[in-house]
Design a protein around this ligand. Sequence first.
Ligand SMILES: C[S@@+](CC[C@H](N)C(=O)[O-])C[C@H]1O[C@@H](n2cnc3c(N)ncnc32)[C@H](O)[C@@H]1O
Length: 249
Amino acid sequence: MEYEQSLWQELGWQPDSEQSRQFERLYALVIAGNSRLNLTRITDREEFWEKHLWDSLRGAVSFFERKDVSAIDIGSGAGFPGLPIAIARPDWYVLLLDSVRKKVGFIASTLQALGVTNAQALCGRAEEIAHRRDHRESYDLAVLRAVAPANVCAEYGLPFVKVGGGAVLYRGNWEVREEVELARACAALGAEIAEIDAFELPVSRAVRHCIVLNKTAPGLRVFPRPAGLPVQHPLGALEGEPPASEQAH
Ligand SMILES: C[S@@+](CC[C@H](N)C(=O)[O-])C[C@H]1O[C@@H](n2cnc3c(N)ncnc32)[C@H](O)[C@@H]1O
């Protein structure tokens, strides 16, 4: 598997044989589940390795030096980026949250089939689950890929994060306007933008940005606002039409 070897070299992290086996099995399960559940448009094997496995790990790899991290993947869909992260770091705990029951069912059965015991799937909306005492400000790391505009993702994710913890927003293109809006949202949510990490995927050369947020202060209890409000009235939004790239990944 020369192709996969070169991907992992570029990431600076190598799966062991058990993790490679789990990635193979994950691919087979996603392809099998796709016909029933329409989970992803990425079905080509090499594309799956690059856009689902490599990309999922790329956003979290800078945290890999930390042990026993408690992480939450919000809007996990078929399990990305949280599932590859849970496979890569068996000492971490990863909660995979999504509001669509059939997707959460797929994640739960996949965790079982893969023998992944350090992750759980939960069905619910971020706006509701973040107010539960057992989840609020309880995680070292929140990851969100392709869920909503960045300022909305900040409102979904930061209330789950402990003070001193972080969030990674996986984005495609990145515009100045998004950064201004995100910075304004972060100011309301007790966080700051720590890093904007721009890179290209190793094969397709598609542009990606990982936006790293640091939680610096406890958040106000009003956040996240009730379901739907963060999208309808995004925190920190500037006047005028949002850029077309905001939802893109
Ligand atoms: C485009 S999919 C991305 C899935 C995955 N993160 C990925 O990158 O492949 C967005 C997912 O976010 C979920 N989602 C959107 N808003 C949500 C919310 N407020 N709470 C929980 N899940 C949400 C949707 O159900 C959907 O599965």
